[in-house]
Design a protein around this ligand. Structure first.
Ligand code: IMP
Ligand code: MG
Length: 175
């Protein structure tokens, strides 16, 4: 771990401004729908906590847990160690993701949820790495695009470390 250094890409204040914009869009579309927000663990936990505390209307929360990464590379094999336990049929569901990278994880979860017949199903992602996309995916509420670099902090990890950093940082190898 000590042969790496961190460079701030988005400060906590910048993340806050992005979240504020997403809050306004989500409020406009969901304020009278009592939506079910489903966070994808573990990465989305801090973003989701900040987002929902700014949503001033009735809503419900659920979580699923998916894992595919080892170090800084996707393994391509997806596991769902924590599946959904409540029915979502007829509900307006909004999935909350930290980052969409290849798109494989998010496409998997959207497919899994769509089979459970929600009234509507949309996606909110704080970050998007378009350069790495391997499957087509619509992001209905996007915070911002980021460059093709490995990011940590604000919930994002590298081998389970750095999730607690308040900023989103680029994890760089030291020369
Ligand atoms: P995807 O399946 O490649 O789109 O990856 C989705 C998941 O991989 C995200 O929800 C993150 O948990 C993780 N991930 C992707 N890129 C990064 C990164 O730069 N830093 C940390 N985690 C990442
Ligand atoms: Mg994630």
């Amino acid at each position: 771990m000590d042969n790496r250094k961190l460079k701030v890409l988005l400060s906590h204040d910048e993340i806050s401004a992005v979240t504020g914009k997403l809050t306004a869009d989500i409020t406009r579309d969901y304020h009278d729908k009592n939506p079910l927000l489903i966070g994808v663990l573990k990465g989305a936990f801090i973003f989701m906590a900040d987002l929902v505390r700014r949503l001033d209307f009735p809503l419900e929360l659920e979580f699923v847990r998916l894992a595919s990464y080892s170090g800084t590379e996707t393994t391509g094999r997806l596991k769902m160690p924590q599946a959904l336990t409540t029915p979502i049929k007829g509900k307006d569901v909004l999935v909350i993701e930290d980052i969409v990278d290849t798109g494989l994880t998010t496409a998997f979860i959207m497919r899994y949820l769509r089979r459970k017949s929600p009234a509507s199903l949309k996606l909110c992602a704080l970050l998007n790495k378009p350069a790495r996309r391997r499957v087509p995916l619509d992001i209905d509420y996007l915070g911002c695009n980021v460059p093709d670099q490995f990011l940590v902090g604000y919930g994002l990890d590298c081998d389970q470390q750095y999730r607690n950093l308040p900023d989103i940082c680029i994890l760089e190898e030291k020369p």
